[in-house]
Design a protein around this ligand. Sequence first.
Ligand code: C2E
Ligand code: CA
Ligand code: CA
Ligand code: CA
Length: 281
Amino acid sequence: AKTSDKGGYEVFASGMHLQVVQRFQLEADLRRGLERQEFQLHYQPIVSLATGRIVGFEALVRWRHPQEGLVFPAAFIPVAEETGLIVALGQWILQEACQQLRHWQDQFPSDPPLMISINLSGCQFAQPDLAARIEKILHTNGLDGHSVKLEITETVAMKDVESTIGLLLQLRSLNLRLSIDDFGTGYSSLSYLHRFPVDTLKVDRSFVSRMSDTSEDATIVQTITMLGHTLGMDVIAEGVETAAQRTKLQALNCEYGQGYLFSKPLDPEGATALLAAQFQP
Ligand code: C2E
Ligand code: CA
Ligand code: CA
Ligand code: CA
């Protein structure tokens, strides 16, 4: 809005201008980055708290920017979503993650097989042909849907509950596994949660990280875990950084953990090395 103070308005206006220019630049950069294949997936282990074994990985996108170096998703996913570029990027992520999983399942056979978790943005989730696209990728890589888990945030899931349920059922029919991400941070309606055909709740890092400080946050994690179990879901705690947190989570019967205590997200070579260590005879 305009202010009567002319100087203030000009500062505001030039600030806006800068933002627009930067955003425009980023959009052009993103397009070029996609063409030149500058994106890479890193993989963070998901660990069974009971056994300490890696059961799978979450795929997390990175941008190897020629000038900026390694760029994290918070810096570009929002603009990729606004511009619709996330659809092309997301398609690449699905393909890349599934291809990597194929290699790992071949190299490290196990029962149950290793899994991959893939983040879906709201735009991808709104695509009418999402299920068909994923079906094709599964087929190309000879993967059973059961080893692929899709993560959607609570906020995306709650946007249009009826269409979410329809889409989730469609994905379900491909045998895919589904997970509600960042649980506890968004607007969430418990009366809908039980209608979502999902397998997993991911407790947001913010609750896990404060778990040892205040008993209130420990109670929140406990409540979310119990809620998930009551609805027949298993529970993954995000952002596990300390052994004390791990111990508390185990006491709450939380099945899985993910976080720096176990490993940071790793490039494909690093993740493969971790698996090689786990599977060595
Ligand atoms: P998220 O899905 O909640 O992913 C977990 C984030 O927490 C990752 O950040 C991960 O590196 C970080 N993290 C894991 N363990 C710890 C820990 O112990 N401590 C701390 N402090 N952080 C931990 P990252 O990779 O920067 O990703 C940020 C967000 O960007 C993701 O949050 C997700 O919403 C989005 N994102 C990442 N990759 C993709 C993707 O392939 N597609 C889409 N649509 N979104 C993605
Ligand atoms: Ca996630
Ligand atoms: Ca998350
Ligand atoms: Ca989170």
